[in-house]
Each structure stands twice: as structure tokens, then as C-alpha cells.
Design a protein around this ligand. Structure first.
Ligand code: GAR
Length: 201
């Protein structure tokens, strides 16, 4: 199986996945990083690890369709059959999602369906939520939406600051994402309607 990670920013989840692959915890080839942001720190991380990068900038294309066609070309060239979105701050089109149906997963720093969007940790913290968490899910046509693979809950304590909560959530993400990818690689997931069942053993 060949994995592509899509990221636009820091790349801490990309790094966690790369480490899990390198150590043999996940038996998959991390074949490609797709990035849309030339200033993203994730690019350096990929370079250091010797992972192939496709830098595809939206502004180089007239339409979103052309932008995505270029990305799909890269995916085909690298025989990608699983895509992990890790802080890729662009919505994929319906056509893209349909072309890779059930082969795109995403990580989001909240207990979906609460607190969708780009500032989930901050939103939960300032809302005054008592719990927060992380969700890994299959991607469908809506933002931060689709069948849930794994979730992890964390209590927001009174002594927590936004910074301490962010740190704790990222720590959980770096464990949960590799775990979810491993379940897919081991073919342990079964979609039954909207819900994802995890086969035992
Ligand atoms: C992660 O916290 C991820 O859950 C979030 O972006 C961050 C990327 O961090 N994704 C979303 O909010 C998706 N809506 P990273 O670049 O260090 O992996």
C-alpha cells in the first residue's frame, strides 16, 4: 500500500506518521507528501527524511479543478491508494472525494461533530467545554465530516491554558493517527452504513 500525506503547515502529524512507518509499526510505504504552501515547515521535514514532495500551489492554476487534476496526476504517478490529510487547509472537491472514496482520511483536533473548522482547540477551550479530543475519520463531501474511525477524549481541567490543552491534544494526535492508519493497513475496518466497525484480533 502507498500512502500520501496532505499537509499545509507545521507537519507534526506528518512526522509522527513518518516515524511510525520508519520504525516498522505501520507496514505501508510513505510515498509522497502533497503540500500546497511553499512556506510550510512540513517541507523541510520531508526533505530531511528523504520523502518525495509534490508542491502544488493553488495560485498556479486557473481553477480548483485544474489544481486537483495536477494533484491526482501526482497520486497516480506514485500509485497512491491511501491519503491522510494532516492539516491540509483546503477542502477537496466532491469529484476528488468521490474518485478516492473511502481512501481519504483526516485528523481533526476535536470530538466531531463538535467544533469543526480551523480553530477547533481554541473554539472548544473558549466555549468552556469540559472535554476535548481528537477524531480520525474517513473524508466525505463535507468539511471535517465522515465515518469516524477512532476518537480519543481528554478532560479540560481548570488549570489548563489554551497552550497546555493544545500540547496535550497534539500528543494524542501523534498516537491516534498512526494507530488508525495501521488499522486500515491491517484491513481491520469495515464500514457498515455510517459506522466503522473494528474487527477484533
Ligand atoms: C492538527 O492539529 C490537525 O488536527 C489540524 O491541523 C493541525 C495540523 O498540525 N487539522 C484540522 O484542524 C482540520 N480541520 P500539524 O501540521 O502539526 O500536523
Amino acid at each position: 500500500m502507498n500512502l500520501a500525506v496532505f499537509a499545509s503547515g507545521r507537519g507534526s502529524n506528518f512526522l509522527a506518521i513518518a516515524k511510525a512507518v520508519k520504525s516498522g509499526k505501520i507496514k505501508i510505504s510513505l510515498a509522497l507528501l502533497v503540500c500546497d504552501n511553499p512556506g510550510a515547515p512540513v517541507l523541510d521535514k520531508a526533505k530531511r527524511l528523504g520523502i518525495k514532495v509534490a508542491l502544488v500551489k493553488r495560485q498556479d492554476f486557473v481553477s480548483k479543478k485544474d489544481f486537483e487534476t495536477r494533484i491526482i496526476q501526482h497520486l497516480k504517478e506514485n500509485k497512491i491508494n491511501l491519503i491522510a490529510m494532516a492539516g491540509f487547509m483546503r477542502m477537496l472537491s466532491i469529484d476528488f472525494v468521490r474518485a478516492y472514496r473511502n481512501r481519504i482520511i483526516n485528523i481533526h483536533p476535536s470530538l466531531l461533530p463538535s467544533f469543526k473548522g480551523g480553530h477547533a482547540i481554541k473554539d472548544a477551550f473558549f466555549y468552556g467545554a469540559k472535554v476535548a479530543g481528537v477524531t480520525v475519520h474517513f473524508v466525505d463531501e463535507e468539511m471535517d465530516h465522515g465515518p469516524i474511525i477512532l476518537q480519543s477524549v481528554i478532560e479540560i481541567k481548570e488549570k489548563d491554558t489554551l497552550d497546555s490543552l493544545e500540547k496535550k491534544i497534539h500528543k494524542i494526535e501523534h498516537k491516534l493517527y498512526p494507530q488508525a492508519i495501521k488499522l486500515i493497513v491491517q484491513r481491520k475496518l469495515k464500514l457498515v452504513g455510517r459506522s466503522v466497525r473494528i474487527k477484533a484480533g
